[in-house]
Design a protein around this ligand. Structure first.
Ligand SMILES: Nc1ncnc2c1ncn2[C@@H]1O[C@H](COP(=O)(O)OP(=O)(O)OP(=O)(O)O)[C@@H](O)[C@H]1O
Ligand SMILES: [Mg+2]
Length: 239
């Protein structure tokens, strides 16, 4: 199976080369667990490799994302300026819509669902990030959500986009972790206390990655000014 680099060497090794190409990998985690930073690694590496990339951002502006990437030693500016990287800014559109409703516009304009996000995917996109779809999954019934996620899987496969679908832990839990079943693979990020050391640590687990031998062991990772560093397995020893 073709693989697309995650932009993190140790994770590429764990995933037999990277994310499965043209499939959806779900990344979930609590606030501040590192979801956006994971996606920045994927986008930067694939921009470097000449792929057409797109971020559909629902919470952060392009400037915020580019600034965060620069803090990790990853300069996205040239790719953004050249159009090789498109950052679609739902965040500002959504804020504008909220503003508009206060001045008499219909609240229906806030009813953005996953199919609307799919329509935004530019033709030719090879690497796609949707960060964060949490707010959108809460709008729909469980049955409808399952249909929408299945449709998303089908469409990105057809369009040839290797996709990272980011969902906050709270929306994931409220929707009974339903997305887990629709997607090809899933990665979970956690921040927990290591009771042996008495300090908080970042953990990564891979509950599922079809067609890929994976270890159920958790790995500890760090976020540094050079990006994410994953330590060898041996994590998971917290209570
Ligand atoms: N250079 C760095 N060194 C250490 N920590 C950093 C560095 N850059 C960012 N961080 C930390 O990484 C954390 C995780 O960031 P990230 O934005 O990826 O989380 P997230 O899971 O996307 O959060 P949210 O759900 O709020 O969007 C931030 O809270 C920040 O404090
Ligand atoms: Mg984020």
């Amino acid at each position: 199976m073709e693989r697309v680099s995650t932009g993190i060497e140790e994770l590429d090794r764990k995933l037999s080369g990277g994310y499965p190409a043209n499939k959806v990998t779900l990344v979930t985690g609590v606030a501040g667990s590192g979801k956006t930073i994971f996606s920045i690694h994927f986008i930067y590496k694939n921009c470097l490799e000449g792929r057409k990339c797109m971020i559909i951002a629902t919470e952060e502006t392009p400037e915020d994302i580019i600034y965060q990437a620069s803090l990790l030693g990853r300069d996205l500016t040239p790719y953004y300026k050249s159009g090789q990287l498109i950052i679609e800014n739902i965040f500002e559109n959504r804020s504008e819509m909220v503003g508009q409703t206060r001045y008499g516009f219909k609240p229906e304009c806030l009813n953005i669902e996953i199919p609307t996000l799919i329509e935004l995917i530019r033709e030719g996109t090879e690497c796609l990030v949707m960060d964060n779809i949490g707010t959108f999954v809460l709008r729909v019934s469980i049955k409808r959500l399952r249909d929408q996620l299945d449709a998303l899987n089908y469409l990105v496969r057809k369009k040839g986009c290797t996709t990272l679908l980011i969902m906050d832990e709270s929306a994931h839990n409220i929707t009974h972790q339903l997305a887990e079943y629709s997607v090809y693979g899933s990665i979970r990020l956690l921040v927990r206390e290591n009771s042996y050391l008495g300090k908080m640590e970042r953990y990564l687990s891979i509950p599922k990655m079809r067609s890929t031998p994976i270890s159920p062991e958790m790995s500890i990772f760090e976020i540094t000014s050079e990006g994410i560093k994953i330590h060898d397995s041996g994590g998971g020893k917290f209570c």
